[in-house]
Design a protein around this ligand. Structure first.
Ligand code: GTP
Length: 596
């Protein structure tokens, strides 16, 4: 394809402003999806995306569009809107020359509208501002066009108006993409260089690598070389997605497509790497991506420990499709073998667990998530703590916790409610700006640990759903944190240890001890359940011993015989774990950790 006829763009927006719906209309108008095959949010290809109605993965697709009698090739990438998936968006932006900034005409600019816009500007992309949902009676396009024009410095009349529902204005949007977004400007004659911006594991075909060609050409019959990992492959197939995979003979400068090499070993493809031709290799790789920093960590353990090798394999495969996921093996006395995983937020964590269970059939239990800390012991040693078990024993000199800069957009009547919420979460107020006479953007510096858990839900409920939130890393600060351990009959249960703010230590201790008292069945002896900071007990519950006669009935006397019986029972039904002398059913761990 002649580069001057290519336009690569992504659609960016705040969550729910209608990216996937507008993408549907584009697919229909261009004619690549026949009417009878059309379904809502066509590019949200995963079941979880369809069920939850949110985009998790960016999807690239090629659509033809004729403007002024000439056929152009548009490379479109639909991106996710939720803050946990910003890394997906940033990788998509690096594969494009332009961005369609979509804003819901009933809502106006929201927090991720701004963060996505700033990211697109950082990538030097041409921005096409668009108001969506103009079919709705509550749409206020004139007002919000002013708002957007003020933000990006254009004329309000430059802001397009479309409806993803009725399709109104979408053809004009495609024309604007052709006229406004520059064609790619790589060197078609130079040695080939392609950026890997995503990949996925396909059980039949192996690794599918998604690429954006920058310079030169890759041909389906010539050996490829991955510059970063230093491997050479014979491509089995090269092609474009429109809307499904379509093999082509070659991909030239400016094109977006995919490569299949038949490799099944997941270490043979890395997002951010540069592909070149083995025969005529480029000397310099493309800049690639910065690895994202996990915001929260949690342990993931197979409920059936025999599934540990499968979990490893599943994580390796999932990582191909989720470059933000990190993991390393960990062992827990209570839960056995598993992985300590790093996530970009709780939604990310939830999606990873769900994908592991759906796509790989794994039954998992996760420990309470925590943010990473830096703990300095009295002797000056600095520990990076991503797991409560790494918290050093003995006297602590200093603990530092990660901070975020939070931007909250809210109608002005909720300013007081937002301030109160941020104060309750140890936030420090920064500046505040009016986006319009009715709406303000408030800036706070807040500990990450206060934001990732229930903050967003509370923000929504205290502002009747009107406020939106975006945040990014903003250094660190010293904090008064302690590690709370949970002891069952004097034995520390690692899976329940937590690092919490001193003010919350007591309530965590009380909650966990109460919960465990209810979940652990009575046994022949009394079982104390305690919460402790170091050697100081802060909460205690007792599980009373069974009386003799009751014991006779329920156990039939011999505990070893009972255990033999139990072992015979089907796996997963009633697994017991011995903690010292105490038998704890596996379900007790699951239940105690689930409702955290
Ligand atoms: P994420 O990818 O999860 O960030 O969402 P999104 O921006 O892709 O939004 P999506 O396309 O899923 O649309 C969100 C909701 O708005 C859905 O219920 C759509 O049916 C609805 N919607 C989208 N566009 C329009 C529109 O033009 N008019 C009306 N009335 N509803 C729309």
């Amino acid at each position: 394809t002649d580069q001057s006829l290519i336009r690569n763009f992504c659609i960016i927006a705040h969550i729910d402003h209608g990216k996937s719906t507008v993408a549907d209309r584009i697919l229909q108008l261009s004619g690549i999806v026949p009417e009878r095959e059309m379904r809502d949010r066509f590019l949200d290809r995963m079941d979880i995306e369809q069920e939850r109605g949110i985009t998790i993965k960016s999807q690239a697709v090629r659509v033809p569009w004729t403007f002024d009698g000439t056929e152009y090739t548009l490379g479109m990438i639909d991106t996710p809107g939720h803050v946990d998936f910003t890394y997906e968006v940033s990788r998509a932006l690096a594969a494009c020359e332009g961005a369609v900034l979509l804003v819901d005409a009933t809502q106006g600019i929201e927090a991720q509208t701004l963060s996505n816009l700033y990211m697109a500007i950082d990538h030097d992309l041409t921005i096409i501002p668009v108001l969506n949902k103009i079919d709705l009676p509550s749409a206020e396009p004139d007002k919000h066009a002013e708002e957007i024009a003020g933000l990006i410095g254009c004329d309000p009349s430059d802001v397009l108006r479309v409806s993803g529902k009725t399709g109104e204005g979408v053809a004009e949007l495609l024309d604007r993409i052709v006229t406004d977004i520059p064609a790619p400007s790589g060197d078609p004659k130079a040695p080939a260089r392609a950026l890997i911006f995503d990949s996925v594991y396909d059980s039949y075909r192996g690794i599918v690598t998604y690429i954006r060609m920058v310079d030169g050409e890759l041909r389906s019959r010539e050996k490829l070389h991955m510059m970063g990992i230093g491997m050479t492959h014979d491509p089995i197939e090269i092609g474009v997605i429109s809307p499904e995979m379509m093999p082509t003979k070659a991909l030239g400068a400016g094109e977006v497509g995919y490569v299949i090499t038949g490799a099944k070993d997941v270490s043979q493809s890395k997002v951010g790497d540069t592909i070149t031709s083995a025969k005529d290799p480029a000397t310099e790789p493309l800049p690639g991506y910065r690895d994202p920093q996990p915001m929260v960590y949690a342990g993931l353990f197979p409920i059936d420990n025999a599934q540990f090798p499968e979990l490893r394999e599943a994580l390796d495969k999932l990582k191909l499709n989720d470059a933000a996921l990190i993991y390393e093996p960990e062992t827990s006395v209570a839960l056995g073998f598993g992985f300590r995983c790093g996530f970009l937020g709780l939604l990310h964590m939830e999606i990873v667990s769900e994908r592991l269970s759906r796509e790989f059939g794994l039954d998992l239990i996760s420990t309470a998530p925590n943010v990473p800390y830096e703990v300095t012991s009295e002797d000056g040693t600095v520990h990076r703590v991503t797991n409560p078990s790494e918290f050093p024993e003995g006297k602590i000199k200093r603990i530092v916790e990660p901070m975020v800069a939070a931007d909250i957009i809210t109608p002005k009547e909720f300013i007081g409610a937002v301030m109160e919420l941020c104060q309750d979460h140890r936030g420090i107020m920064g500046t505040m700006e009016y986006l319009s006479p009715e709406r303000v953007e408030m800036h706070y510096r807040i500990p990450l640990a206060e934001i990732v858990f229930d903050f967003f839900d509370q923000l929504k409920s205290r502002t009747k759903g009107y406020a939106s939130l975006d945040y990014h890393e903003d250094g660190e600060q010293a904090a008064d944190l302690v590690k709370v351990d949970i002891l069952i009959q004097g034995e520390k249960v690692d899976a329940f240890s937590a690092i919490v703010h001193r003010d919350k230590a007591y309530s965590y201790g009380v909650m966990m001890t109460k919960k465990l008292r209810e979940l652990i069945p009575r046994q022949q002896f009394e079982i104390p359940i305690q919460a402790a900071i170091g050697s100081r007990i802060i909460a205690r519950e007792n599980i009373r011993a069974l009386r003799k006669d009751v014991l006779a009935k329920c156990y039939g006397g011999d505990i070893t015989r009972k255990r033999k019986l139990l072992e015979k029972q089907k796996a997963g039904k009633k697994r017991m774990k011995m903690l010292g002398h105490v038998e704890v059913p596996q379900e007790a761990f699951v239940a105690a950790l689930a409702t955290n």
